[in-house]
Design a protein around this ligand. Structure first.
Ligand SMILES: Cc1cc2nc3c(=O)[nH]c(=O)nc-3n(C[C@H](O)[C@H](O)[C@H](O)COP(=O)(O)O)c2cc1C
Length: 191
């Protein structure tokens, strides 16, 4: 198959689309959809998200350094999109999305009850990259709905039903079939 050079596009796909919650010191909170985010370190557990300084959420995040990564199931695709296309400067996104604020265990930022996985984060580094600033944070607590966990506290994708974002095409896609396990190829190679 011939390759076509489509330019210098960060076409890493799929990537997540999660709703981050942020809050200022006065306790005002907001919801912002993020797809530039993920894991950056194992021990200590660390994650990142990149945020433009023009976002309403940005000064809140800068002020407290705390945020929660709330991972939605596919039933929340519309709410996720909504929190990513409207700014809190125009409208209260808690009210518009009908999502429910619940307290986190360590950070002062609320979590979203309807999201099956919630990851509490405390920022350790902020690096300006150009269009976005990257917030690199330590995970201080993680919560999951009991009905998406197996006996070993692993999040079961078939119960949780997360979805992915395809950056290039700007589309949301489901993940609906198990096709392998980590380390599976090594076992196959020994045969
Ligand atoms: C799927 C999706 C992913 C997004 N990812 C990011 C991101 O990683 N960083 C960012 O700054 N904005 C991102 N946005 C845009 C913000 O979510 C959007 O501008 C939002 O309205 C900002 O909210 P705020 O002004 O209330 O903070 C994304 C939007 C969508 C729909």
């Amino acid at each position: 198959m011939a390759k076509k050079n489509i330019g210098a596009i960060a076409a890493v796909s799929p990537i997540p689309a999660f709703i981050a919650t942020v809050a200022d010191k006065a306790g005002n909170s907001n919801l912002i959809t993020i797809s530039y985010g993920g894991i950056v370190n194992a021990v200590p557990p660390m994650v990142y998200m990149s945020v433009r300084d023009t976002r309403y959420s940005y000064p809140m995040l800068k002020e407290t350094g705390e945020f929660v990564i709330n991972i939605p199931g596919e039933n929340l695709t519309e709410e996720t999109d909504l929190c990513g296309i409207i700014s809190a400067s125009k409208l209260d996104k808690w009210e518009a999305s009908n999502l429910t604020k619940i307290p986190a265990s360590i950070v002062k930022v609320p979590m979203i009850e309807e999201c099956p996985v919630n990851i509490e984060c405390v920022t350790k580094h902020i690096i300006a990259l150009g269009s976005h600033d990257i917030f690199i944070a330590e995970v201080v607590a993680t919560h999951a709905d009991e009905d998406v966990l197996n006996d070993e506290n692993k999040v079961m994708i078939d119960k949780f039903k997360p979805f992915a974002f395809c950056y290039n095409a700007q589309e949301y896609w489901t993940l609906n079939r198990l096709i392998g396990h980590y380390g599976w190829a090594a076992k196959e190679a020994k045969r």
